[in-house]
Design a protein around this ligand. Structure first.
Ligand SMILES: [Zn+2]
Length: 270
């Protein structure tokens, strides 16, 4: 579905084919808040041009929902905007940014040149638990909340309280198996449980179709299943092969969630 979808009062989502990724926009009276910045300067510039379909206003605030390349490598294009993220989002970009660049370039050789030109530009504004940020000084505001470890150790959600819209980042991904490679599968269900308490209206996942509270609840249940299966394997009550077949995911994608959960149960991720 091309173009912007208005999901609330002056709140827009554009779903890009690349990585089936959702980019969010919240308009104030004098400026724009942008949720996530895509994988490269070229992609970020494309989004900046797309933005002109809905507003001439400048981007004042950028939110990085977490420190994965497709959510923050476009940051530099939006300066001098303030860029907000969890304090460990900065750590993640500083410690793994070059590795993420190399991994993406190896997986997507046709994008190697544009990945090479990315200036890593982590958030300059950070918080630990929650913060309210004003799009216009004294005007429309949104709340940023850290709800616990899940897809990474630095996922945050963006709550537009005046319109019942929640941007979930990759704590929720729709239409495909969520990415567990940097995840904390034992903590993830509890984190999404807290997200569900906030999800009274529209829920925008980092990737895939826009959902609602019911979608968030279904994903919470799936994450709980993965954690429970891993515990059974850890306790010797279920074979890994059998556990793979009982996950909510296609068998060819279910091994990583379980092996990552087992690694967390063994204390290897702390
Ligand atoms: Zn991610």
């Amino acid at each position: 579905m091309p173009g912007w979808t208005e999901v609330g009062d002056r709140i827009y989502v554009r779903r890009y084919d690349f990585y089936d990724q959702n980019i969010g926009v919240v308009l104030g009276d004098a400026g724009v808040l942008l949720v996530d910045t895509r994988l490269s300067h070229r992609q970020a510039s494309e989004t900046l041009a797309d933005l002109r379909e809905i507003t001439p206003l400048p981007v004042r605030l950028v939110i990085n929902t977490h420190g994965h390349s497709d959510h923050c490598f476009g940051n530099h294009v939006f300066r001098p905007a303030e860029i907000w993220g969890h304090e460990r989002c900065v750590t993640m970009i500083q410690s793994t940014g070059e590795r993420q660049r190399a991994t993406a370039a190896a997986a997507l050789p046709h994008l190697a040149a544009e990945l090479a030109e990315v200036v890593l530009d982590p958030p300059d504004r950070t918080f630990e638990e929650s913060v309210t940020v004003e799009i216009d000084p004294g005007g429309r505001s949104v709340e940023l909340r850290y709800l616990g470890r899940g897809h990474t150790d630095n996922d945050i959600v963006v709550l537009v309280a005046d319109s019942d819209v929640l941007f979930a980042g990759d704590l929720l991904e729709n239409d495909a198996t969520p990415f567990f490679g940097d995840g904390y599968p034992i903590d993830w269900p509890g984190t999404v449980e807290r997200l569900v308490e906030l999800a009274t209206g529209t829920v925008v996942p980092g990737h895939g179709s826009i959902g609602d509270r019911g979608f968030a609840v279904r994903q919470m249940t799936e994450f709980r299943t993965v954690a429970e299966l891993a515990r059974l394997v850890q306790d010797g009550r279920l074979d890994l092969d059998a556990a793979v077949l009982r996950t909510p995911y296609p068998a060819d994608t279910a091994l990583e969630p379980l092996t990552r959960a087992l690694a967390q149960l063994r204390g290897e991720l702390d």
